[in-house]
Design a protein around this ligand. Structure first.
Ligand SMILES: Nc1ncnc2c1ncn2[C@@H]1O[C@H](COP(=O)(O)OP(=O)(O)OP(=O)(O)O)[C@@H](O)[C@H]1O
Ligand SMILES: [Mg+2]
Length: 251
């Protein structure tokens, strides 16, 4: 089997997508310094905070410039879109960050998503590993923004609703039709307290479980204070569990 290069994180809102993506980016940057691309594909733009980075620009801003300027449009259609995307990358310790950003005006995300998809497709080949912090729900799979992904991690807490959302997303990911190429999709159970769920619970969920993240008070405190999760001690519960998840999915 080919080595895993692209990992996307999705799931219901608030289930820990950004936390998980951040920890994976940190651990991958340790393995492949300078060869990791982090992509914030969520318009809420949380990843720059958890990664402690200032953005230089966003995909959404690129789109706005194109709309506003014929010159920019022509330049882009001549082909250097990749270098324009490269120009807005923020550089962290061992990784780069591309952010989708917020749309400037209300309305459809289609065009931004399309540009983002193009950015992902062209930039991905320049890196050893790519981690995408996706939007909640299955929309970005449906729109093929998350298209050719090696591993899709679907975060859920133990609530029935988040598990149901996760099951729906995994169903879409596994449908494997019309250009959707997700090689593997599985569940990450987050904020698990005490013992890991028993076999009976796991059977009831009926989804493949790629890993478990425990409730981590220190992580929560860092997040509440707006501190970068890159400063979180690596021997605290979530980073340790994230390392196990990464080892498992990278094989
Ligand atoms: N394992 C954990 N232990 C403690 N707190 C956690 C854990 N996972 C997530 N949290 C907390 O839960 C909140 C939501 O996490 P996070 O922002 O990663 O979720 P999300 O799925 O990205 O949310 P959104 O849908 O808004 O993007 C944060 O305050 C975070 O600190
Ligand atoms: Mg998030």
């Amino acid at each position: 089997m080919d080595r895993v290069r692209s990992i996307a994180v999705t799931g219901k809102g608030g289930t820990g997508k950004t936390v998980l993506a951040t920890l994976l980016i940190r651990l991958l940057a340790e393995r492949f310094p300078g060869r990791v691309l982090a992509i914030d594909a969520d318009s809420a733009m949380s990843l720059p905070y958890t990664l402690g980075l200032e953005l230089k620009g966003t995909v959404s801003e690129i789109r706005k410039n194109i709309i506003g300027s014929r010159e920019a449009k022509e330049k882009l259609s001549e082909g250097p879109t990749k270098s324009v995307m490269r120009g807005i990358l923020a550089h962290g310790g061992g990784f780069d960050l591309l952010a989708m950003g917020r749309p400037e005006e209300p309305g459809c995300f289609c065009a931004v998503n399309e540009l983002l998809r193009y950015g992902i497709d062209t930039l991905i080949t320049d890196y050893e590993a790519v981690v995408i912090d996706g939007e909640a729900g299955p929309e970005q799979l449906n729109r093929r923004v998350l298209k050719s992904i090696d591993v899709l991690l679907v975060a859920a807490d133990m609530s029935a609703r988040s598990l149901e959302t996760a099951a729906g997303i995994i169903r879409v990911a596994n449908s494997y039709d019309e250009g959707l190429r997700v090689k593997r999709a599985g569940l990450i159970l987050n904020r698990v307290r005490g013992d890991r769920p028993g076999d009976e619970v796991l059977r009831r969920i009926g989804l493949e479980i790629f890993g478990i993240l425990p409730e981590d008070d220190l992580l929560n405190e860092y997040d509440r204070e707006g501190r970068s999760l890159l400063e979180l001690p690596l021997d605290s519960p979530c980073p340790l569990a994230a390392r196990e998840i990464l080892d498992r999915i990278m094989g």
